[in-house]
Design a protein around this ligand. Structure first.
Ligand SMILES: C[S@@+](CC[C@H](N)C(=O)[O-])C[C@H]1O[C@@H](n2cnc3c(N)ncnc32)[C@H](O)[C@@H]1O
Length: 256
């Protein structure tokens, strides 16, 4: 009725509000189909809200990868794995917030801390080990995030406190400042061979038994990333049992 009247009176706002309504319905349908695929639980309803909140402004990661990080984060909590939560390659903090959320209380009390490392200048230049294709895709400056956005998402979600450490700078200059405390969960999302390699060399041995290492881009056309991870495991004489939710990001549970 109101549409008819508005059409007659030629009121343009009606079309806009209809378009918005349809786009909301389409978005809801997309989220619901995602939730049905993963199976619902109370935790996942929180996850659903966080994904809706964080994408695309604060994270580049697709929902399945965010779900994987969230599940692993909940898993270290349930199993009482001690240690901090680390992300190398933060962009605007969406994935980091989702990893931190299950540990709100422990972070507040200082029992667990969060360290977030990024240049906030985007990627450095790829090396020859990243292959010719990546020279254009993961070019210098790719995925440049803003540190203020990281603070913003943590504050908006009620998580910002002094135990969230956001460390700006190139990994070659910042990772050595990590206080060598235990790590329960580390997400390495740094796109490139050299960047991934330095994260592994500096931090991976601090991951505790039962803790997780998560590698974005493993096995994809980002060949440098895969190479750095394979070389790391070879150097430690580990044949890792890598698992994935979506074939773009893999996790390894440290079992020794
Ligand atoms: C794909 S983005 C990270 C995406 C993020 N995890 C998310 O949730 O959207 C990769 C990030 O790694 C950072 N980065 C890559 N190599 C780096 C290096 N050597 N030192 C510091 N930061 C680096 C870039 O600045 C970029 O923000």
């Amino acid at each position: 009725m109101s549409l008819k009247l508005s059409l007659k009176s030629g009121f343009p706002g009606t079309w806009e509000s209809l378009r918005l309504r349809f786009s909301k319905i389409r978005r809801l349908k997309k989220h619901l189909s995602f939730l049905f695929r993963i199976g619902l639980s109370k935790n996942h309803l929180v996850l659903f809200r966080m994904i809706d909140f964080a994408r695309p402004e604060y994270t580049m990661l697709r929902p399945m990868r965010l779900k994987m990080l969230y599940d692993l984060s909940n898993n270290i909590k349930e199993n009482g794995v001690e240690g901090n939560i680390i992300e190398c390659g933060v962009y605007q903090g969406g994935a980091a917030m989702i990893m931190a959320e299950p540990h709100k209380e422990e972070i507040k009390s200082g029992k667990r801390k969060v360290y977030l490392f990024d240049s906030f200048e985007g990627n450095p230049a790829p090396s020859a080990k990243d292959g010719p294709e990546m020279q254009n895709i993961y070019h210098p400056g790719f995925a440049k995030g803003r540190i203020e956005k990281v603070r913003e998402i943590f504050s908006r979600w009620g998580l910002m406190n002094p135990n969230i450490h956001i460390v700006k700078g190139w990994f070659s200059e910042t990772l050595s400042a990590y206080p060598k405390n235990k790590i329960a969960l580390i997400h390495i999302d740094a796109n490139l061979y050299e960047s991934t390699k330095i994260c592994l060399e500096s931090l991976a041995d601090l991951v505790q038994r039962g803790g997780y290492m998560v590698f974005d881009d493993y096995g994809t056309r980002a060949k440098g990333c895969t190479k750095a991870i394979d070389e790391f495991f070879q150097s430690r004489q580990i044949t890792p049992d890598l698992k994935t939710y979506d074939n773009f990001s893999y996790y390894y549970k440290k079992d020794f």
